[in-house]
Write a protein that binds this ligand. Sequence first.
Ligand code: WTA
Length: 571
Amino acid sequence: MISKTISSQTETSNLGNYQDIYNSFQWQEAEQHFTWNETGRVNMGYEAIDRHANSDKANKVALYYSDQIRNEEYTFQEMKDLSNKAGNVLKDIGVAKGDRVFIFMPRTPELYFLLLGTLKLGAIVGPLFEAFMEGAVKDRLEDSGAKVLVTNPELLGRVPVEELPDLEKVLVVGNEVKEDAKLIDFYERFDGASKSLDIEWVDREDGMILHYTSGSTGKPKGVLHVHNAMIQHYQTAKWVLDLRDDDVYWCTADPGWVTGTSYGIFAPWLVGASNVIRGGRFSPDDWYQTIEENKVTVWYSAPTAFRMLMGAGAKVIEKYNLSSLRHVLSVGEPLNPEVVRWGMEVMNLRIHDTWWMTETGAQLICNYPSMEIKPGSMGKPIPGVVAAIVDDQGNELPPNRMGNLAIKKGWPSMMRAIWNRPEKYQSYFLPGDWYVSGDSAYMDEDGYFWFQGRVDDVIMTAGERIGPFEVESKLVEHPAVAEAGVIGKPDPVRGEIIKAFISLRDGYELSAELEEDIRNFVKKGLAAHAAPREIEIKDSLPKTRSGKIMRRVLKAWELDLPTGDLSTMED
Ligand code: WTA
């Protein structure tokens, strides 16, 4: 049995007494750390890298990079020089303030030089998962009007260059690239590029990064963040990641996901920490080895990964020395008490759950080293943030009542727009300046928040947020599929898996081959992780009279739950 709370694991942490600081903290205090105090202008690329390169941290290692082949270290001075060079390459091909530059390549040091170089020019960066296939890449480049795409020769085949009129240049990071009017060879220019670059000083409200994410309806939406977010990245790096000067920090997330940028790039570097980046695919041996070899002290990962490590068993973990670890954190899905218990057993450390979203830009509700943990709870809001449970009208509910998890507007890293869709942006807010998360939760009498589920149909599979509509749209493009309804089905390791219910067009019959063909069709069109693991055929699907597929009915059927109100269902 695990006790209901786990007491704090440390006497000293960057966040002292939570309640005292919560009561008194003002965001202006965190603003003091940045350049805009003198100039009124700022730049994330400068604050994260150059500021340290110009200080006594110049020769401190900023990046420890490894994959199956490479094993490299870069100091802050080197990161400054290399991101300047990358910035010059981009500048030479016409990148300027406000342009959208998308990056679609594996996690290698070049990705980081190019991302930082883009920011130093005041351009807006859009990171894409390497797993995306042509349809997913096209949707995002088209919606954002991207001017430049950075990719490599292997992924170039998934970029429909001719179908994207706004796309002026494609920078290819690889050997022997054949240049033409659009294709540009990165290394050819990078080697000779100048190490000095004039930073484009921007307004704190200027666009910085565009992360596409899924909702329950419509195509993926572009969530726009601005340079001002750095205030919160910095402050949470201190309070939540608890980073100190001698830490070696590892965030396992890919930059295609907001965790891989806010906490894989910005937060650790804003506080001048040494940051570990591991390329390549997940394997338990590989991950434990990364901790051992780099002597990682602070580790940020996700429940799915912890559950996979748990599943790999004690024999694997025993081969490695994980004693360097001091602080471990999790994000992306509910952190099961069982996983917290596993962490206590194998690392003798608490795993600290953190809650936030692509739209929120940074952590909002967290567990802190200095605070008691209630396993299964997401913790309490960070100082400077007001969280509440509200009803659908925006009225606050008392403790222990389930409702919408909402945040009072005005935290520094809040999204500033949904690209090209102002009405979508407005739909996030309720009267009283509440940002509504789409999660349902309750708050207990001690002020701890407890996640209950999504209010909408968004699927969380292995930590990835998948919009059912996107998968359904792809499914019905397959010649055999008449209709499709997609739900998340609970799964012990992945949180949820994608299950598709489909009806077939006349003349088609289900076979193992057809099922595989449909699955591959989604994989090729969207991404491997968006393909349904399970497919079930129905003669017809439950629909409203207006023709909308009723996913909640499919879910109820699947889980043997009551179907609820069916008054809007067609006969
Ligand atoms: C879920 C960016 C439970 C939640 C980080 C949220 C969580 C969605 C937690 C955002 C957590 C995130 N406990 N659920 N600690 N953290 N979520 O934008 O449903 O890809 O709305 O994540 O993930 O997904 P996103």
